[in-house]
Design a binder for this molecule. Structure first.
Ligand code: SAM
Length: 672
């Protein structure tokens, strides 16, 4: 028996479809009625209402719900229409269309898919759909002309027979592009026998349209690809966006002069909390820039809390060192678990050395600057423990866990990763054991924290934490989307407690990924997935007293892994996507600069940037080969951040060596 997913379906329509601005009543109503879980492959029901395409048989995909809605909305399908759907796939889009149009003709080149879809239509009682097995690029001449034609696979150009089969006034939509998984969605309206109007609907990634008027069966060669190259005329504007950026950009001083670099950020120092992001977890310039800004905020503006996206106990080991507190021989060296390079790197090492020196002459502990981890639940240690346990008890479940931890991120949309992350039977059987294990880990950690001599965590708070942790570990174990909200809520709560403990006047700098720092309400995360983050919670709690600063880059190298738990590699960051904010910054030619995005500074630019556009997110895992699907998401940059720090070309962090360095005392937090 399938679970009842009605509320998931409602949420999907509200957030992913209506939330993204599709208001066509026919589309919304039809999508509320088609049970998408009946169109996904067995085992994938759990993901049916994700904001993503999913794999189906024959190596094909069921389209992302939003794309289905966008295509139907763009072609303005309405009651009475005759519609041609090329690329039946699972049959989902045809089913949605059938609830709006008079009759739907759908063609699929894989016979098995065509037959499965036909069976589904019969079972669900959709009687106004005709299914054919064949090459859809030739259309369905006997049933033409069509009021609307939707092509759910990407070709090098618009197939001529399909143009010809459009009624006058008819609308066609098709992904077109030279790259197999990077196309433009193009809409065509037939105005007369010979006149066709085209409109660009932005970047998409579809499976290839294979047929006489599409791609050949084998991989297309260069000449073929050239065929599909098309130029989209940019909208006319007095000054281009890159020009507006160039005018507003304030050049950043060299990072070798941290004092000058930090001083440029004095304008944000009146805030209680300054949040510093990063577009990757492995870029040297982001760490060095944050270090320079933080030094300035600590030295000149009275900030005493440096709170980072890291496990509490690891950060506590650093804190003991930077605040000259007694060495704690019972704790293991800090940051020894995946992803080690995120904190165990030369850039952080230099910053820690500076904090240590800065605090040395300060006798009042409250005046010293402390280093804290916002992940009180011990995220990385818990994940590691779960994976180690599953490796021993059920290696297949361990593989799934790695995939889930590594890839079901808020921006992940790559169908292949969902395929690898489907649960096996053994998974649920381990739940109790791993939750207990994680809880024990947490209890041990809190025990250490208590013995540390700081009353930061009182007994009541400890008890609350442990009780809430059960739920957290459970959703984390399944890699569910709620785990994101629980975690960010938790990181925010930790920040609030730190501020409260340090007193009324306390000020904090937060270091975390852009996806935690930028206001999620103005990104796909918030709009589509209902996720919030520290940046949003800080904005709601502190208003203008929180400054949200994002960081970005166009290209270079980055330290990242290919999978959760895999070794760190130095990977090439691909030049940014042409539809992204990053590309605009690159085209401004500015090199490295600060963009002050607050209201009243550069209003024209701010207005033009409101977007939304693509923005790149690289975490501890980077998969350049599926970059558009795995690492880009839409956002409205000026609403997401108060300022944006740009480095056109960047390089990877330098991880600390594994062996103990000459002359480093045993008490040193990294224990090397
Ligand atoms: N709308 C579908 C759904 O909701 O499941 C998604 C279909 S999938 C993205 C695209 C489909 O187009 C694949 O099943 C693929 O086999 C099919 N396809 C590719 N080239 C085709 C062609 N020339 N004729 C018919 N189908 C084609």
């Amino acid at each position: 028996m399938l679970p009842d997913l009605t509320s998931e379906r409602e949420r999907m329509v509200d957030r992913q479809i209506a939330g993204r601005g599709i208001a066509d009543w026919h589309v919304l109503d039809a999508m509320r009625r088609v049970p998408r879980e009946r169109f996904v492959a067995p085992g994938f029901e759990e993901f049916a209402y994700e904001d993503a395409p999913l794999p189906i048989e024959e190596g094909q995909t069921i389209s992302q719900p939003y794309i289905v809605a966008l295509m139907i909305g763009a072609t303005a399908v309405k009651p009475g229409d005759r519609v041609l759907d090329v690329g039946t796939g699972s049959g989902y889009a045809a089913a949605v269309l059938s609830l709006i149009a008079d009759h739907v003709y759908t063609i699929e080149r894989h016979e098995a898919l065509a037959r499965t879809a036909e069976r589904r239509f019969a079972e669900l009682g959709y009687r106004n759909i005709s299914v054919a097995h064949g090459d859809g690029t030739r259309g369905w001449p006997d049933a033409a002309p069509f009021d609307a034609i939707l092509i759910a696979a990407g070709g090098p150009d618009i197939p001529q027979p399909l143009r010809d089969q459009l009624a006058i006034g008819g609308r066609l939509i098709v992904p077109v592009g030279t790259e197999l998984h990077d196309q433009r969605l193009v809409k065509v309206v037939r105005r007369s026998a010979i006149e066709f109007e085209e409109e660009d609907y932005g970047a998409v990634a579809f499976v290839p349209l294979i047929g006489e008027h599409g791609w050949p069966e084998t991989k297309p060669d260069r000449a073929d690809r050239q065929r599909g190259r098309r130029r989209i005329k940019p909208a006319a504007r007095l000054r281009s966006l890159p020009e507006l950026i160039r005018e507003a950009a304030e050049p950043l001083p060299d990072l070798d002069d941290p004092a000058a670099f930090g001083a440029l950020f004095d304008r944000f120092a009146q805030a209680r909390v300054v949040l510093l992001g990063e577009a990757t977890h492995g870029t040297s310039e982001f760490y060095r820039a944050r270090a320079a800004i933080t030094r300035r905020l600590v030295e000149t503006h009275g900030f005493t809390i440096v709170a980072v996206e890291a496990d509490w106990p690891d950060a506590a080991a650093i804190d003991r060192y930077v605040r000259h507190r007694p060495y704690h021989p019972r704790t293991e060296p800090a940051f020894q678990r995946f992803p080690t390079w995120m904190w165990r790197n030369i850039e952080v090492d230099e910053f820690i050395a500076w904090m240590h020196k800065h605090n040395a002459p300060l006798s009042d502990p409250k005046g010293q600057a402390g280093f804290y981890g916002l992940d009180l639940y011990n995220l990385n240690a818990s994940i590691q423990a779960v994976i180690d346990y599953l490796d021993k008890t059920d290696p297949e479940a361990a593989r799934i866990a790695r995939e889930r931890y590594g890839c079901l991120t808020r921006w992940q949309r790559n169908p292949a990763t969902y395929g690898r992350a489907v649960l096996n039977a053994g998974y649920a059987m381990c739940e109790k054991a791993v939750v207990t294990m994680c809880r024990e880990l947490l209890e041990k950690q809190l025990d250490y924290a208590r013995r540390d001599g700081e009353s930061y965590l009182d007994a009541a708070q400890n008890a609350r934490l442990i009780a809430a942790a059960e739920e957290y570990y459970r959703v984390m174990y399944y890699g569910r989307r709620e785990s994101w909200n629980l975690r960010d809520q938790h990181m925010f709560d930790t920040l609030e407690q730190l501020l409260a403990w340090h007193g009324q006047e306390a000020k904090a700098v937060v270091w975390a990924h852009n996806s935690h720092i930028g206001n999620a309400a103005f990104t796909d995360m918030g709009v589509v997935r209902g996720q919030h983050n520290i940046g949003q919670l800080c904005r709601e709690r502190f208003g203008e007293d929180a400054m949200l600063i994002g960081f970005g880059t166009d290209r270079g190298t980055v330290a990242a892994a290919s999978d959760w738990g895999d070794p760190m590699e130095i990977k090439q960051v691909r030049p940014s996507h042409r539809d992204s904010y990053e590309r605009l910054c690159r085209e401004s030619g500015g090199g490295q600069f600060l963009l002050d995005l607050r209201r009243g500074r550069h209003e024209e630019l701010r207005h033009e940037l409101l977007g939304p556009r693509l923005e790149r997110y690289i975490g501890v895992i980077y998969r350049p080969e599926t970059e558009l699907l795995s690492h880009y998401s839409e956002a409205s940059l000026p609403r997401q951040f108060d300022a944006y720090v740009w480095f056109e070309e960047t390089s990877a962090v330098t991880p600390l060596p594994a062996e103990r360095r000459e002359g480093v005392p045993e008490t040193y937090p990294f224990g090397l």
